[in-house]
Ligand binder design. Structure first.
Ligand SMILES: [Ca+2]
Ligand SMILES: [Ca+2]
Ligand SMILES: [Ca+2]
Length: 344
C-alpha cells in the first residue's frame, strides 16, 4: 500500500531530512525517515570545456531532474562573439539533451566568456555563465591510456615518457636541496575508462612521515589537485588529495572535494600502494583513483587541469616541496594547474 504525503514548502533548498511518526490510537508504532532533495528548478543547465575529435567545444547539458516530463523553451547561447539558439521542446523524465558548441574562430590561446539562457514556459529562465579558456595545444601534456596493477611494483610503462622531476619540477622552499638524490624522480599519470592512475618512483635519501590523515602534508607524501576543463575555468570546483606511506600504512586524504561535491577526509575508494626501498632510497607510489572521485569530470571530455607536488621531510621538519605545475603548495589556485589531455 502506498500513501502519498505532501511536504510543506519551507523555501529551503538542498537536502532535507524528513521524519514521520506512525501512531495507532495514540501509541507510536513506527518511525519513518527519508531524505529528499529540494530543487529550485526541475531543469538544470550546465556547461564544460571538452575535446571532440581533438577540437575544443563548450559542451552544454540540459537535464530534467524530476520524474515528470517538462516542457522547456529555447536555449540561447553566447560564446565569445558567437551566438545561437536551439529548440529543445519537451524533456522526458530524467532526460539530458547535450549540445556541443564549436570554438571555431575564437582566439587561441585566450579566455572567452559564455552565457546560456534557457527560457521556461511558466517560470523564470534558467541561466548559467562562465569562461572557456583555450590553451596552446603545445602546452597541453598528454596522459596516455594505460591500466596499471596497484601493488607497489611499477608496471611496464615503456613507451610512455614520464614527468622527470629532476628537469621538469621546481624545488620550493628547500634552500639546502641536495639534488635528485635528496628529492627527485619520475612520475607517470595514465588512465582508463574507470580510473586515473599515478605511478611515481621518488628518489629521497630519508623517508620521514610523522603525520596521519590531514597532516600527511608535513611528511614525505604526494599532493595533487585536479579540476575538469582547462586551467582558470573553474576556481572553486577543484579537488585536492594527498597520498602517503604513514606509520599506519598507505593513506589517502582529501582536502577539497570539488567545492563540496565530496566530503573532505580520509578516502577509502582509492587504491594506493606505497613501497619504500631503503637500499636504493626509492619510494614507489601506485594509485588507482575512480573517476567518481573527481566528479563531475567525465573522461570522455578529456581535458583535465592537473597539478602535483612531492612534500619533503628528512626527519626534522617539512623542508618544502618539489612541484610540477603550481597552485597547491604556496596557495590554492587551480588556475595554475597545468593543462592535460587524455590521449589514447
Ligand atoms: Ca604495479
Ligand atoms: Ca631527502
Ligand atoms: Ca624525505
Amino acid at each position: 500500500m502506498q500513501i502519498p504525503i505532501s511536504i510543506r514548502d519551507t523555501g529551503l533548498l538542498g537536502t532535507r531530512g524528513l521524519v514521520a511518526l506512525v501512531t495507532n490510537n495514540g501509541t507510536p508504532v513506527a518511525r519513518l525517515t527519508a531524505e529528499i532533495d529540494v530543487l529550485s528548478t526541475p531543469i538544470t543547465v550546465t556547461a564544460g570545456h571538452a575535446l571532440r575529435e581533438d577540437a575544443d567545444v563548450l559542451s552544454v547539458s540540459v537535464t530534467n531532474q524530476v520524474a515528470t516530463d517538462q516542457p522547456v523553451g529555447d536555449l540561447a547561447w553566447q560564446l565569445g562573439t558567437g551566438s545561437g539558439t536551439e529548440t529543445i521542446g519537451t524533456l522526458a523524465a530524467g532526460q539530458t539533451v547535450t549540445l556541443d558548441i564549436p570554438t571555431t574562430g575564437l582566439t587561441s590561446p585566450g579566455t572567452h566568456p559564455w552565457s546560456l539562457n534557457l527560457a521556461m514556459p511558466d517560470a523564470d529562465a534558467v541561466t548559467e555563465n562562465g569562461s572557456l579558456v583555450l590553451v596552446d595545444p603545445a602546452a597541453v601534456t598528454a596522459l596516455h591510456q594505460r591500466t596499471i596493477t596497484v601493488d607497489g611494483v611499477p608496471d611496464d610503462l615503456s613507451g610512455i615518457t614520464p614527468i622527470d622531476l629532476d628537469t621538469d619540477g621546481e624545488v620550493r622552499q628547500i634552500p639546502d636541496w641536495g639534488g635528485a638524490a635528496d628529492l627527485g624522480g619520475d612520475v607517470w599519470w595514465t588512465w582508463d575508462e574507470d580510473n586515473i592512475y599515478l605511478t611515481a618512483a621518488i628518489t629521497d635519501n630519508v623517508h620521514a612521515q610523522p603525520g596521519l590523515n590531514d597532516t600527511i602534508w608535513t611528511g614525505d607524501s604526494i599532493q595533487f589537485g585536479a579540476v575538469a576543463g582547462a586551467p582558470g575555468e573553474d576556481l572553486t570546483g577543484y579537488y585536492e588529495y594527498g597520498l602517503a606511506l604513514t606509520t599506519q600504512g598507505p593513506q589517502v586524504f582529501r582536502w577539497n572535494g570539488g567545492g563540496g561535491i565530496l566530503p573532505n577526509g580520509p578516502v577509502d575508494a582509492v587504491d594506493l600502494a606505497v613501497t619504500r626501498d631503503e637500499a636504493t632510497h626509492t619510494t614507489v607510489y601506485e594509485m588507482a583513483m575512480p573517476w567518481s572521485e573527481l566528479a563531475p569530470f567525465d573522461p570522455a571530455d578529456r581535458l583535465l587541469a592537473l597539478s602535483f607536488l612531492v612534500n619533503e621531510n628528512d626527519g626534522a621538519i617539512r623542508r618544502g616541496w618539489l612541484e610540477w605545475g603550481s597552485g597547491i603548495g604556496a596557495g590554492k589556485n587551480p588556475a595554475l594547474f597545468p593543462s592535460t589531455r587524455l590521449d589514447p
